[in-house]
Design a protein around this ligand. Structure first.
Ligand code: ZN
Length: 173
């Protein structure tokens, strides 16, 4: 059965975040600026977005992008990673566990990284030993009060002012 597009959001990254109804189940997906499906929940195969659908999509800022702006003001050298982290949070690719540890999937879902307060197993962190996009994404998800999730975070209408706490690098880093 053909899925029905129920909601489409144009992310500030240029990508699209879509919600579909398929056989009574809600499925979320991330689409590139050309409309092609990049990733989806439940590994669902979803159609490419049409030009008309993309034109009608409303632009929305996920609160993670506000955190990225806030974080970039404090740590301009992390600007690119802040943006990448916001993309991960907005794309619903961060899963937090009760102990605060998290799993951050790559946008292509090709791999996932284990992240806690001090470490990430990605190459960026192994090489630089500092704030990689995954550690920032985990912090953003914590700051936004994102519960353990299987679906992307959706901000409530009245959202408390989130704060992103990104400390200066340690002397060793
Ligand atoms: Zn990482």
């Amino acid at each position: 059965m053909k899925p029905t597009l129920t909601q489409l959001t144009h992310l500030s990254t240029g990508d699209y975040f879509a919600t579909w109804l398929r056989s009574g189940t809600t499925v979320e997906s991330l689409h590139g600026s050309d409309g092609r499906c990049l990733a989806s929940s439940l590994g669902a195969k979803l159609p490419r977005l049409t030009k008309a659908e993309m034109a009608a999509a409303h632009a929305e800022r996920h609160p993670a992008y506000d955190l990225a702006a806030q974080g970039t003001a404090a740590r301009p050298e992390l600007a690119r990673r802040m943006q990448a982290a916001a993309d991960l949070v907005a794309g619903g690719l961060v899963t937090l566990y009760e102990d605060g540890a998290g799993i951050v999937a790559s946008r292509s879902h090709a791999c996932a990284h284990q992240v806690d307060d001090h470490h990430c197993d990605c190459q960026d962190f192994q090489f630089r030993g500092s704030w990689c996009a995954h550690r920032i994404a985990r912090r953003m998800a914590l700051a936004l009060g994102q519960p353990e999730l299987v679906r992307p975070f959706v901000a409530p209408a009245a959202f408390p002012q989130p704060r992103l706490s990104i400390s200066a690098p340690s002397p060793a880093g």
